[in-house]
Design a protein around this ligand. Structure first.
Ligand SMILES: [Zn+2]
Length: 328
């Protein structure tokens, strides 16, 4: 099969190679990959800041395709079923799994980081990670990270109906979904962006008021700030939060180190909340919400598999709106 592979870290080391087609073991399915979502985590894997295994490594943590073959003991999904792949490995038996927080599994890992990923014609995944989808597979490939990360951010923020929610980095692949889930959770949603182009019109279509950072400061305080982008927007996010406010982080593409005044945290009872991935059960919910037309994918560009390096570099493009995909 054709696969994107690196033998040592570095974007410049990505190669398209011909590898043996993998076979599913017990409890696993073989997925014929159709679309792969490109995410900051893939950049971290390829650049070596996340340790990938095994090596040489096939990146790709977010993908959708069709089940080609099932391993021993697998009752479903059956060959021919279109699926999107929940990307957290989970044991189902530890305390975190038993309380539903499968992305926090004590024996967990991420498909595409701790296993070979989806930037290939085929990928083997545990059958319980393969969620049947009715949607077109292009959209479905934006759900495992883009949509589920945003869903979990809204969940962790405990958004109450009518609360004012600011989404920082709203034009990104998590941000475009964060706007939509914050609406579904009942928030009055403000998308914070400097952009005035088609990106702003798209965010309005998703149900958000679109404001610049300065306008957002004028509208503060907000009850909730959702920020998937990281350190570059930390100061802005903190300036937007009011008393009892909740700040939720889910990524650090723009930097990871921030400073925090604890007097503000206790004095105004502010919560700084981490959110990673999402729960297996919530992935089912996200897929159903997409099928029902309650959320929609915003796709910026689709590249062929051979252009994986270009697609990864595109993550940092200021013109990006929503998701970059690879088509296999
Ligand atoms: Zn577990």
């Amino acid at each position: 099969m054709r696969a994107v592979v690196f033998h040592s870290p570095g974007l410049e080391n990505l190669r398209l190679e011909d590898l043996p087609k993998p076979r599913p073991g017990p409890g696993e399915v073989l997925v014929r990959v159709k679309y792969v979502g490109v995410n900051p985590i893939d950049y971290a894997v390829v650049s070596g800041s996340y340790k990938a295994s095994p090596m040489p490594h096939i990146p790709g943590c977010e993908f959708a395709g069709v089940v080609e073959e099932v391993g021993p003991g697998v009752s479903g999904p059956a060959p021919g079923t279109p699926v999107a792949v929940y990307n957290r490995l989970f044991c189902g038996a530890c305390r975190q799994c038993l309380t539903g927080w499968t992305q926090l599994c004590e024996a967990g890992g991420i498909i595409g980081v701790a296993t070979q990923g989806g930037m290939a014609e085929y990928a083997v995944v545990p059958s319980r990670n393969a969620e049947p989808v009715k949607a077109d597979l292009r959209d479905a490939a934006t759900l495992p990270i883009g949509a589920l990360t945003a869903y979990n951010m809204a969940l962790c923020a405990s958004i109450a109906p009518g609360e004012r929610v600011a989404v920082v980095g709203a034009t990104g692949n998590v941000g475009t979904y964060a706007v939509q889930f914050a609406k579904i959770f009942g928030g009055e949603v403000y998308a914070v962006t400097r952009r005035k182009d088609a990106a702003a019109a798209m965010l309005r279509q998703l149900g958000a008021e679109v404001v610049t950072p300065d306008e957002a400061r004028g509208l503060a305080p907000f009850d909730v700030v959702l920020d998937p982008t990281g350190a570059a927007n930390w100061g802005l996010s903190m300036s937007l939060l009011g008393r009892g406010g909740r700040y939720v982080t889910a990524g650090a593409l723009t930097g990871a180190e921030v400073s925090l005044d604890l007097r503000r945290v206790f004095g105004q009872q502010i919560s700084v909340i981490g959110s990673t991935g999402g729960r297996r059960a919530d992935f089912k919910t996200v897929v159903r919400l997409h099928e029902a037309g309650r959320i929609r994918a915003v796709i910026h560009a689709v590249y062929p598999l051979a252009d994986a390096a270009k697609a990864l570099a595109g993550l940092s493009s200021p013109a990006r709106v929503g998701k970059i995909l690879l088509e296999v």
